[in-house]
Design a protein around this ligand. Sequence first.
Ligand SMILES: O=P(O)(O)OC[C@H]1O[C@H](OP(=O)(O)OP(=O)(O)O)[C@H](O)[C@@H]1O
Ligand SMILES: O=c1cc[nH]c(=O)[nH]1
Ligand SMILES: [Mg+2]
Length: 217
Amino acid sequence: MKVIDFSLTNSILNQYVSEIRNVEVQNDRLRFRRNIERIGEIMAYEISKTFDYSIKEVQTPLGIAPVSTPDNQLVISTILRAGLPFHQGILSYFDQAENAFVSAYRKYKDTLKFDIHIEYIASPRIDQKTLIITDPMLATGGSMELSYQAMLTKGEPAEIHVVSIIASQQAIDHIAEVFPKDRTTIWCAAIDPQINEHSYIVPGLGDAGDLAYGEKE
Ligand SMILES: O=P(O)(O)OC[C@H]1O[C@H](OP(=O)(O)OP(=O)(O)O)[C@H](O)[C@@H]1O
Ligand SMILES: O=c1cc[nH]c(=O)[nH]1
Ligand SMILES: [Mg+2]
């Protein structure tokens, strides 16, 4: 299993990550969503370098140009709600991708204990396709694992890209355990050391879904 951590490389992506983490900046919802989209756009570009390419001949007004373009059949899958702006950023680079949406939410038994419930999935078949499964936050990794299990009812992908912004070390370890090691790559903008007793990432950024869309009842 490959793990790509963008925080180890100096790039403008780290500026957008600092803004979504920053308590003085992150409450500007439009900026928060747009920064998540921008991180998705940059990650999409980096992920595109791993695809399979072949040369096609393009007719220009003056001749024929050979151009190497990707051949992968993409399915971009997203976990509601916080995944939506991230999905939009990635999709804006992969124009022809198919798309899938999974709902996952924490149903609390008491203030600390919860189960993750999946209630909705809308997905194409994913057999032999490149599955890009996105969620900006990987805390326990439970939502990602269950969403992937739900996606498997739609077929077996050729390769899997788990794409996140902030992941806990625990979630990285968990995903490395439960996803196919030979064909999964995890992409994230940072790996944080801890999760707290409420299973929030520390230092993390808080609740990504609420910051993007407002608090739930
Ligand atoms: O790794 P886990 O421990 O499963 O936690 C991560 C999940 O929590 C967040 O969603 P949340 O449940 O807050 O839903 P929301 O996007 O609707 O706010 C996040 O977007 C992940 O889906
Ligand atoms: O830190 C966390 C954990 C779960 N969901 C979030 O939005 N943030
Ligand atoms: Mg949330």
